[in-house]
Design a protein around this ligand. Sequence first.
Ligand code: HEC
Length: 285
Amino acid sequence: MIKKTWLTQVAAGLLCSLPLAMPLSAATDPAADLKAFQDYFKKTFPSVTDYEEFGNGTYALDAVSRENWEAIEEFPPYEIALEEGEKLFTTPFANGKTYADCLPNGGVGIKQNYPYFDKASGEVRTLEQDINKCRTDNGEKPYGWKKGKMAALMAHIAYTSRGNVIDVKIPADDPRALKAYEEGKHFFYSKRGMLNFSCADCHVSSPGKLLRSDILSPAAGQVTHFPVYRSKWGEMGTMHRRYAGCNKQVRAKPFKPQSRQYRNLEYFHTYMSNGMKINGPGSRK
Ligand code: HEC
C-alpha cells in the first residue's frame, strides 16, 4: 500500500526529530518565537546558506526538483494570471472607482504588510478581505476566496511587492492581537485529522523528506510566494486554498477560507517569515 509507505517515512522522520518539533517557547513572545524558528531552520539545514532561499520551498533543499522548477520558471505558468490580474486591477468598477481608491498606497507593493491586526474589528484582516471589501463598498459582487479572479488579483499585487520585506506587526498595545497570534500558533502546532499530524510535524520536523511523491517544504518562507500556480491544481490558488488542502491531507475537516481560524493561522505563519522578501507569485509542482 502506497499510503503506508509515505506515512511510515514521515513517521520515522518524526521519531528522530521529535524533540525539535516544538522550537517555540510556551510563553508568548513573538520576537523570541521568530528568532527560535529562524535558528532552528538555520541549524537543521546548514546547506542553505542564504536564509532567503527558504522562500523557494522544496527547491532550496533538492537539486533535481530545483532544476525542473527553474526550467518551468523560464516561462512561468502564472504569467496568464498576472496579465489577468493587472487588467482587473486597472479596470474601473461600474461607478468609476478602482482598487487603487481603497487599498493603501494605491494597492501597489503592499503584500508584505498583510495580514494585519485591525483594531476597529479586533480581528486579523487579509489582503483578500480588503480586496472584496473594496468591491462590495463600490457596489460590485465579491470574488470567491480560493482561485480565479481573486488569485489573479493577488498575483498582480504580489508581483508589485516583489523584493519588499515581510513586516507583519503584532501591536503591543492591543492584547487581542497577541491572542490572535497565539491562536494561530496553537493551530500550527496542534495535531489534527485522522492521521493526527500538525503543520509543524510536516513542515518543521520533516522538510526535505518525501511524502508520497512530494518533498516537504520548510515552514520558513512558505508564505513569500503566494498566490501560487500549482501544477497539481492546473491553476492558481490562494493561501487558504493551500491550508484547506493540507488539512484534507491528514483527513481533517478543513475550515472555510477566510475563517477566523485560517486568518489567525496566516497571521502566525506569515509572522514566522518576517524579514524575508516577497517573491510571489510562485509556481510549484
Ligand atoms: C501530512 C503532512 C502535511 C501536513 C500535516 C501539512 N502539510 Fe502543508 N504540505 C504538505 C505537502 C506534501 C505539500 C506539498 C509539498 C510542499 O511544498 O511542501 C505541502 C505544501 C504546503 C504549502 C505550500 C508550500 C509551497 O512552497 O508552496 C504550505 C503553505 C503549507 N503546506 C502549509 C501547511 C500548513 C499551514 C499546515 C497546517 C495547517 C500544513 N501545511 C500541514 C504536507 C503537509
